[in-house]
Design a protein around this ligand. Structure first.
Ligand code: ATP
Ligand code: MG
Length: 306
């Protein structure tokens, strides 16, 4: 098995941010310079980056995003410039072994400080909110729903992006106060139509897309889909065959990891543990299975052309 890439080192290229999974670089020093998003093989659980990576996870996430950007092309513009290593700028060429197959060069957008979450099923923070208030983000729901139930129709439940700590569910009215009515309405409509198209497609592959989150920004004044899209990191996918509402559903990709972490009774504080080889191997297989199911490709693209 290949080794996991835990962190990139790209010489003098300015690192803008290191998220839980991605390393983001600026391609040039202009304030509107393009960005390089590299998805590492880091994996997080319970809000911590674990001590072990999952080999090829970053390639899988990047290639899933690329599939979906293309699939959604008739609904929305996106920030992608290229994911082909041969077209990467010259300063990246010495680093192809780190970046090829797992990276996207993108236009820098003025991001809306809102996560556009859409839910077709009752789970996660939505289920918590519903139990307390009967609503999610101010959207009233019928009484008597159970955890993981399918909602009467998909709902838009935005979250404010917090620089520290957790994103916070907000009402649509609060979103309007933050970014203005016109943009808020446009993002809600777009989010719901993307979810419809993507979840219909996922269903044909035996997957329930329970919920997902998109991030949009403005490029040349136009609303543009940015960030990663419809990856297991930004979305809840459930196998339709074993769907059984009335409790939490096993995570498609991270269940072995979560089960292992529960079994060792880790206190969910840093430092996060490493994973045994068997958990790594089985988790990698799950990511590959998601990739194959969704894209219909058997093999990962190494990003180096043929
Ligand atoms: P987490 O690891 O919990 O997701 P994070 O969101 O800070 O934390 P990343 O997701 O790796 O880490 O960070 C990506 C950042 O880049 C996000 O703030 C996202 O809004 C931003 N972003 C995505 N696409 C673009 C773009 N085209 N232009 C500018 N910023 C972008
Ligand atoms: Mg993020």
């Amino acid at each position: 098995m290949s080794n996991a890439l835990l962190q990139t080192e790209l010489g003098n290229l300015p690192l803008i941010a290191r998220g839980k999974v991605r390393d983001i670089y600026s391609l040039g020093s202009a304030p509107d310079a393009d960005l390089l998003f590299v998805a590492s093989d880091r994996i997080s659980a319970f809000d911590h980056v674990l001590g072990s990576g999952i080999p090829d996870k970053g390639k899988i996430l990047t290639q899933l995003s690329l599939f979906w950007f293309d699939f959604l092309g008739d609904l929305t513009r996106n920030h992608l410039i290229t994911a082909e290593a041969a077209q990467f700028p010259a300063e990246l060429q010495p680093f192809l072994s780190q970046v090829a197959g797992r990276s996207m060069v993108v236009r820098r957008a003025q991001m809306f400080p809102v996560e556009c979450v859409v839910r077709g099923y009752l789970s996660g923070s939505g289920w918590k909110d519903y139990q307390q208030t009967g609503m999610i983000c101010g959207v009233p729901l019928p009484a008597g729903l159970h955890e993981s139930d399918r909602l009467p129709e998909p709902i838009f439940t935005p979250a404010a992006k917090n620089n520290v700590g957790h994103d916070e569910n907000i009402s649509f009215d609060q979103m309007i106060l933050t970014i203005g009515r016109e943009h808020a309405v446009a993002l809600r409509t777009l989010t719901l139509s993307i979810y419809k198209k993507a979840s219909d497609y996922a269903a044909t592959k035996g997957l329930i897309l329970a919920d997902t989150k998109f991030e949009f920004g403005l490029i040349d004044g136009q609303i543009t889909l940015a960030d990663e899209v419809l990856t297991p990191d930004s979305s809840r996918y459930w196998p339709a065959a074993s769907y059984s509402p009335g409790g939490p559903q096993p995570s498609f990709d991270k269940q072995y990891v979560r089960d292992y972490l529960e079994s060792i009774r880790w206190n969910k504080q840093a430092p996060a543990p490493s994973l045994p080889d068997e958990v790594i191997t089985r988790t990698r297989e799950k990511y590959l299975e998601a990739f194959r199911l969704i894209t219909g490709s058997e093999e990962l693209d190494e990003g180096l052309g043929v």
